[in-house]
Design a protein around this ligand. Structure first.
Ligand SMILES: NC(=O)c1ccc[n+]([C@@H]2O[C@H](COP(=O)([O-])OP(=O)(O)OC[C@H]3O[C@@H](n4cnc5c(N)ncnc54)[C@H](OP(=O)(O)O)[C@@H]3O)[C@@H](O)[C@H]2O)c1
Length: 328
């Protein structure tokens, strides 16, 4: 597993991380603690040392499972959690941020959080700047080591780079969401901000497994948020309407055919993300050991050819960009 440095934090993190929303909730049938534990072990066995979670994933379930898991392993594992979405009235004040950090520490079984990310808080709250003041103060108190921001839009990302000491930005980045390549990633690179690439498989679409009639479970955001009914539609299928996404994923598969030997479509799509040097780590979500092992092994796959990158960019510009919905 190759490692990359997460911005100014100096953390040496695996270029493939582990997205832990799935082991909390919102992805159909609950992932059992046993399956979650197996998925985490498979990832770390394959060299992953970076896990992304949030206080709201399953109301703390994801963090608790991770807390138990890291207690079982000897390796240095960086856990990045998030805060800011637990209540509608989140004000980013010191007391609120401090309480959230203490609760995450408790669930994760640690005294100090490696990385806390503001969890796509409203743009007005972000611009008000209190959140960064609170995080700075809490960093001084020793409850968190570093902080970063998970953002929805390119402008929010640029704002954080220019107005905070955040060490990382978490952005939606995949073959269906290429705009950040020219707008945000070069600025982040120049300022040494780590980039954490989320939703890299467009919620699974880019694995090529789905057909148009696919029915997602009642409690799966790919059903209840497929058109942005509950939160930014960009978080579900990267904002592309599902049935169009199935066709586009087929087209992507065609372009990727012949690349990377026996690699799966999911692996090639993750490889595409890693081929961008300004990305520090890609965090595919996984529900089981098979997925997390397959995802981790992408680090050992050679880069895609320049021709394939050019063809995927052409496909994006001509057929995908205009179809992406939501705040971007
Ligand atoms: N606002 C935020 O900050 C925010 C928002 C979204 C996500 N995130 C973070 O980013 C992580 C990744 O994003 P995401 O989980 O939303 O989307 P994703 O990684 O694009 O998609 C995950 C889904 O892809 C499928 N999958 C994973 N590995 C696979 C493989 N090897 N082969 C075939 N299919 C595979 C699984 O689908 P099935 O479930 O159908 O098996 C899995 O649930 C999350 O876990 C979370 O940590 C953060």
């Amino acid at each position: 597993m190759l490692k990359r440095i997460l911005g100014k934090s100096g953390y040496e993190v695996s270029e493939v991380g582990f997205g832990a929303w799935q082991i909390g909730a919102d992805w159909g049938d609950e992932v059992s603690r046993e399956a979650a534990n197996e998925a985490l072990h498979a990832a770390v066995d394959a060299g992953v040392n970076f896990i992304d979670t949030a206080d709201v994933y399953g109301g703390g379930r994801s963090e608790s499972i991770i807390g138990e898991f890291i207690g079982e392993r000897q390796e240095q594992i960086y856990v990045a959690t998030k805060m800011g979405r637990a209540t509608e009235s989140w004000d980013s004040g010191y007391d609120e941020v401090s309480r959230a950090a203490e609760a995450s520490c408790k669930r994760l079984g640690v005294d100090c959080l490696d990385l806390v990310q503001l969890h796509c808080i409203p743009e007005e709250t972000l611009h008000a700047g209190h959140a960064f003041e609170s995080l700075e103060k809490i960093k001084q108190s020793g409850l968190i080591r570093q902080y970063g921001v998970s953002v929805e839009t390119i402008d929010e990302g640029l704002f954080c780079i220019g107005n905070s000491d955040a060490v990382s930005l978490q952005v939606i980045f995949n073959i269906f969401r290429q705009r950040v390549v020219t707008s945000l990633l070069p600025v982040a690179s120049e300022k040494k901000i780590g980039i954490i690439a989320r939703v890299p498989l467009a919620s699974g679409l880019l694995s090529g497994r789905f057909s148009k009639g696919h029915e997602f479970g009642e409690n799966d955001h790919r059903r209840f948020n497929c058109d942005g009914q509950l939160f930014n539609v960009g978080e579900t299928f990267a904002g592309v309407p599902f049935s169009e996404g199935v066709d586009l994923a087929e087209r992507v598969e065609f372009i990727l055919a012949g690349e990377c030997g026996n690699a799966t479509s999911a692996q090639k799509s993750l490889r595409w993300v890693l081929d961008h040097d300004s990305v520090t780590t890609v965090i595919p979500g996984a529900k089981n050991a098979l997925q997390s092992d397959e995802n981790a092994n992408v680090s050992g796959i050679p880069p895609l050819s320049g021709e394939v990158h050019a063809n995927l960019l052409e496909l994006y510009d001509s057929r995908i960009d205009s179809r992406v919905r939501g705040r971007y």
